[in-house]
Write a protein that binds this ligand. Structure first.
Ligand SMILES: Nc1ncnc2c1ncn2[C@@H]1O[C@H](COP(=O)(O)OP(=O)(O)OP(=O)(O)O)[C@@H](O)[C@H]1O
Ligand SMILES: [Mg+2]
Length: 364
């Protein structure tokens, strides 16, 4: 039987005895957000709020309120958002709920928070949310125009998780110890460098496999050091090609490929059969999985028909979920990528990052 990657550590004593653990546990650290999605056919809002097409930007409370008021009369869909919430819900779906997931983050004491908890519960994800007394729960507005989706976020309470609050979470270390995988989204880093460092230290102490999602090009300017620290301490790094290119500029690499090659060759990792794994996605185009001593697998993305295509909100998060589900089931890396593409494609067929009503189909 192939070795279970998640129960393996570099100096595993039980090399020949490992068996897949029956229930996989995944713990994520991220920004709990509620998304409002609107579909438009022009650039008016993007121009007015200076929102980069197909990218993300943060707004302050006043700006977000103004935008929410502006879209008041438009047709909209409200769904859960935030990279980790999306990832864990997609993971629950592709795993047929045969897993345990929990997210740690910070919310406000308001209606948006209540709605988030109800929706998260419906998708079988547990939460350990700290309630911030003064800041409001974070939310986003996703502006979809064909295959482009531009996202603006008011992070609010989500950015407030100082080390003392993290330490106050009961059994935090125990939870981390019991998890097979720890997922940290790049959006979790700003203002929480000390907390992230603490989480990574616990992971290192207990040989936990860390999955990092780079999440956004603008983070490479907002918190470059924290992002570099995260991706060089992670075992699996996921991001789109523009994020690697932006991070490459910070780390003196000319291209996404060169950064990926550097990461797999120069970072410590705990997955003995693959080494560090770096996934570069490219929207609807073929992506790459770099691993080991610099081996490269190119994976094909399945086309989605115009009738089925809704929007790509959360596509990268759903890809990460499918990829990890493959690893949990001891699939080969190329099969993990196929599962990632299938999961992403299934979420692209929904408006916003909504768990599909149909059950996952066998794709391998
Ligand atoms: N237009 C598309 N058609 C088919 N599949 C797509 C399309 N766009 C994205 N995907 C799927 O989603 C995966 C991730 O896409 P992408 O590179 O856009 O991630 P991302 O920019 O990180 O997205 P997110 O903002 O959700 O994190 C792709 O590898 C592919 O499997
Ligand atoms: Mg992404």
């Amino acid at each position: 039987m192939q070795k279970d990657p998640s129960c393996n550590i570099q100096k595993c004593q039980h090399r020949n005895e490992c068996r897949p653990c029956p229930i996989k546990k995944v713990m994520a650290f991220g920004n709990p957000l509620l998304d409002t999605i609107i579909h438009t056919t022009d650039d008016t809002l993007l121009l007015k709020y200076d929102i980069p097409v197909n990218s993300q930007k943060e707004l302050n409370y006043k700006e977000m309120n103004q935008l929410i008021a502006e879209i008041e009369g438009m047709e909209k869909t409200v769904t859960l958002g935030g990279c980790s919430q999306n990832f864990l819900r997609a993971f629950q779906w592709i795993m047929n709920n045969n897993c345990e997931t929990v997210i740690v983050g910070s919310i406000g004491n308001d209606e948006v928070a209540e709605k988030i908890k109800v929706l998260l519960n419906a998708d079988h994800v547990n939460s350990k949310y700290i309630v911030h007394k003064t800041q409001l729960t974070g939310r986003t507005v996703c502006i979809v125009n064909g295959s482009d989706r531009s996202i603006v976020a008011y992070v609010g309470a989500a950015a407030e998780l100082p080390l003392e609050d993290l330490l106050a979470i009961e059994d935090l270390e125990d939870y981390i110890k019991k998890a097979n995988y720890i997922y940290i989204e790049g959006f979790f880093l700003p203002n929480r460098e000390e907390s992230t460092d603490h989480i990574l230290n616990i992971c290192e102490e207990h040989n936990k496999i860390v999955v990092a999602n780079i999440c956004g090009v603008y983070l490479c300017t907002l918190c470059p050091n924290a992002l570099v620290d995260l991706i060089t301490r992670a075992d699996i790094v996921i991001g789109n090609v523009y994020e690697y290119e932006a991070l490459g500029r910070v780390m003196d690499h000319q291209s996404a490929d060169s950064l990926a090659d550097y990461l797999v060759k120069n970072t410590k990792n705990k997955i003995c059969q693959y080494g560090t794994i770096v996934i570069i996605t490219r929207g609807g185009e073929n992506g790459k999985c770099v691993y080991g001593e610099g081996k490269i697998l190119e994976f094909e993305v399945t086309k989605i028909s115009d009738e089925e295509f809704k929007d790509t909100i959360g596509a990268g998060d759903a890809f990460a979920a499918g990829f990890l589900a493959g690893l949990c089931q001891n699939k080969t890396l190329i099969q993990c990528c196929t599962m990632g593409c299938y999961t992403a494609g299934s979420f692209i067929k929904q408006i916003g990052c909504k768990v599909p009503k149909f059950p996952p189909q066998p794709v391998l």
